[in-house]
Design a protein around this ligand. Structure first.
Ligand code: HEC
Length: 98
């Protein structure tokens, strides 16, 4: 029982540290590619490029879309189902593309 408590506690702690998982971010970026391009460079002027953008900036924009602080009907809907962890991972993935 005590071991279980320690296990739960340590996994909670490691979650709050939230090291970005680039592979998980890549896996989650499939639907983003439809507009932002498979490698984060979009094919249409109205869709911004994400490749090589700063992770902290991407993360803030996605959280702002999700909360409605930044308003865009399309991106609001895209960001809605993403968890904070997804957002961290996806941002790290696009930031890391060269
Ligand atoms: C249907 C098309 C579409 C899809 C799919 C889509 N986006 Fe977007 N995205 C847009 C548009 C359009 C904008 C510009 C919004 C604006 O004008 O504010 C945008 C903007 C953004 C921005 C802000 C970029 C900047 O430079 O400020 C980020 C970050 C972003 N999208 C990430 C994503 C991610 C991550 C996904 C997948 C979960 C995704 N988008 C899926 C259309 C899309």
């Amino acid at each position: 029982m005590r071991n279980l408590a320690i296990l739960v506690l340590s996994s909670l702690l490691s979650m709050s540290a939230m090291a970005a998982d680039v592979d998980a971010g890549k896996a989650k970026s499939g639907m983003c590619a439809a507009c932002h391009g498979a490698d984060g460079v979009s094919f249409a002027p109205m869709y911004p490029n994400l490749k090589g953008q700063k992770a902290a900036y991407l993360e803030k924009q996605l959280k702002d879309f999700k909360s409605g602080t930044r308003k865009d009907p399309v991106m609001g809907a895209m960001a809605m189902p993403l968890s904070d962890e997804d957002i961290t991972n996806i941002s790290a993935y696009y930031a890391g593309l060269k």
